[in-house]
Structures are given as structure tokens and as C-alpha cells.
Design a protein around this ligand. Structure first.
Ligand SMILES: [Zn+2]
Length: 306
């Protein structure tokens, strides 16, 4: 424990740190969520036994958002209808995170991931600003979530990837190591000798180190013989992307009959965001407007020939 002094409580923050290992074609991300994880509103509904997996999903979403350079967000869902329900976590390119457990109150989750049921899957959704959406599904096999995520990158992205996830009641953390596509003349799918070597070192990382050490210290300890360049910290914080427009779209999709059935005695309905608690009220006139046919501005233009 000679490096005790480096334990200067970096666990207090909410951040992600991308890095790359010089000359190897290998990059990575380290993520830690402290206050944001502890105060996540969506946690309240989660049975305590599921908090660990929810926290790991949150760390994974942040890792992937930090790894994939995109305008938009990444969400992760663990779905096991027969035992767990749905765990959902998201991270946007703006650094906002949110998570929720949609589980029956009396859910009795199994002690081990290997027993969540044959219907269990992980879904990884990449949403680009402007609407492009991609979803990958992987079966939830093995005894650790990180192995299922590694399988996703291997099969869907064809990128050799090593992942570590850990979450306690107070801290959620993750680390990813990945071969950069196309570097070093190595084809996709085949791990380079450098990646193999760094991945072996990566697997010596302990949960305790990932939860508590400064990222610079983690990288120095793991890759002592390599030149690792770590990028500046990107702050993460709880944030919700709900809006009246989004809620309106959800109500429209539900259909008029269902929305009218939910109106109270005064002809009003209220929708509460399950992530942040924000309430959106719709009076009778609002509901009428929701389902009024779109006004048309004259006849639709026909095909023109120049
Ligand atoms: Zn919200």
C-alpha cells in the first residue's frame, strides 16, 4: 500500500476519462459516478438487490458514450421479464446520465446473473441527434454483465474489447479497453499482440482499485511499461431529457381512447416523468388538441414537371 497517498478521494466525482496507449492502437475509457449515482431519482423504484446491476448498466452506458464519438446518446437495457423486469441506463454526449429500474415491487432477483432466466437479454441503443437509431441485442450469458458487453462488441462491432464494471450503493465505475479499428494493419476481429498483452494486464485490475483510485494511478499501475495519454476529465451529471413535446408524442402514440380513459373527474390528466419526477399536466382542451386532425393548408402539392 505504498501508493496510499494517491487515494485522494477522486471517488467523489462524476467523470469519464478517455485514454490511449501510445504506439499500440489501443484506447480506452475510465468512468466513475459518485454523487450522480447516489442521487439518481430512478433508483428509488429499484429493489435493493438490483442496484448493483443497475449501477453497472449506468457505468456501461457512460463508457460507451465516451468511447463512441457521437452526437446523441447511448442507452443500455437489461431485460429479464421473468425475474428482474427492465433495468435502463443512459448517457448523452452532453454528459447527462439517468437510470431506472422497471421491476415489480415484489421482484425476487436471483443472486447470480447466471440465474436471471433464459429470456434475459442486453440491449444497447445508440441514438444520434436527428433521429438515427441503432439497437444491438445480446443474450445475457455468463456470470458477469461485462462479459455480455464484451460479446456485444466482438459480434456486433467486431472490435476486440475488454470491459470491467462494478457498482456499490455509493459508487458506480467502469473501464473499457479496445483495439482501435484499422490501426497497425490488423483486420477487424483479430486482436493484436499489443491488445492481448494490455488486456492481460487490464484483467489484474481489482474492483477496489476501480472504485477508489485516481484514473492516472490506475493506468500507471496497470500499464507501467507503456506510454499512456489520458484526456482531460469530462464531467457527468444527472440530467433528464424529458419535455412536454416528448410526453405529447407518447400520449398520441397511446391513442385517444386510452388517454380519455385516464382523465380525472375534472377532465385532466397528469403524466409524471419516471426518471426525474417532473409532472406534465394536460387539461381537457389540451387533450382535444392532441387528437384533432392536423389542419391542412390547401390541397397537397401534386407532382410537378419542369
Ligand atoms: Zn424527466
Amino acid at each position: 500500500m505504498s501508493e496510499r497517498s494517491s487515494l485522494i478521494s477522486p471517488a467523489g466525482g462524476d467523470w469519464l476519462r478517455p485514454f490511449h496507449v501510445e504506439g499500440t492502437g489501443v484506447r480506452g475509457v475510465i468512468v466513475r459516478l459518485g454523487p450522480a449515482w447516489r442521487t439518481l431519482a430512478g433508483r428509488d423504484a429499484a429493489p435493493p438487490a438490483l442496484l448493483g446491476w443497475l449501477g453497472q448498466c449506468q457505468a456501461a452506458a457512460a463508457l460507451f458514450a465516451g468511447d463512441i464519438k457521437l452526437r446523441g446518446g447511448v442507452s443500455v437495457q437489461m431485460r429479464a421479464p421473468s425475474s428482474v423486469g427492465t433495468l435502463f441506463a443512459e448517457c448523452t454526449d452532453a454528459g447527462t446520465v439517468r437510470a431506472i429500474a422497471r421491476s415489480p415491487r415484489d421482484a425476487r432477483p436471483p443472486a447470480s446473473l447466471a440465474d436471471v432466466g433464459a429470456d434475459a437479454v442486453l440491449a444497447i441503443t445508440i441514438e444520434r441527434t436527428g433521429g438515427l437509431r441503432y439497437q444491438g441485442l445480446v443474450p445475457l450469458q455468463g456470470d458477469r454483465l461485462e462479459h455480455a458487453f464484451e460479446g456485444y462488441f466482438e459480434r456486433s462491432e467486431q472490435l476486440p474489447t475488454a470491459i470491467r464494471l462494478v457498482a456499490t450503493d455509493t459508487v458506480s465505475a467502469g473501464m473499457l479497453l479496445q483495439q482501435v479499428p484499422g490501426e497497425g494493419g490488423i483486420g477487424a476481429r483479430t486482436a493484436s499482440a499489443d491488445f492481448e498483452r494490455l488486456a492481460i494486464l487490464f484483467r489484474t485490475l481489482t474492483d477496489e482499485e476501480l472504485l477508489s483510485l485516481a484514473p492516472e494511478t490506475i493506468l500507471r499501475r496497470l500499464f507501467v511499461e507503456d506510454d499512456v495519454r489520458i484526456q482531460p476529465e469530462r464531467r457527468l451529471a444527472f440530467g433528464c431529457s424529458c419535455s412536454r413535446e416528448r410526453v405529447t408524442a407518447v400520449l398520441r402514440a397511446l391513442g385517444e381512447a386510452e388517454v380519455r380513459a385516464a382523465l380525472d373527474a375534472r377532465g385532466r390528466t397528469e403524466v409524471r416523468c419516471e426518471f426525474c419526477g417532473q409532472a406534465y399536466a394536460f387539461a381537457g382542451a389540451d387533450v382535444d388538441a392532441l387528437f384533432r386532425p392536423e389542419p391542412t393548408n390547401g390541397p397537397a402539392p401534386g407532382p410537378t414537371r419542369g
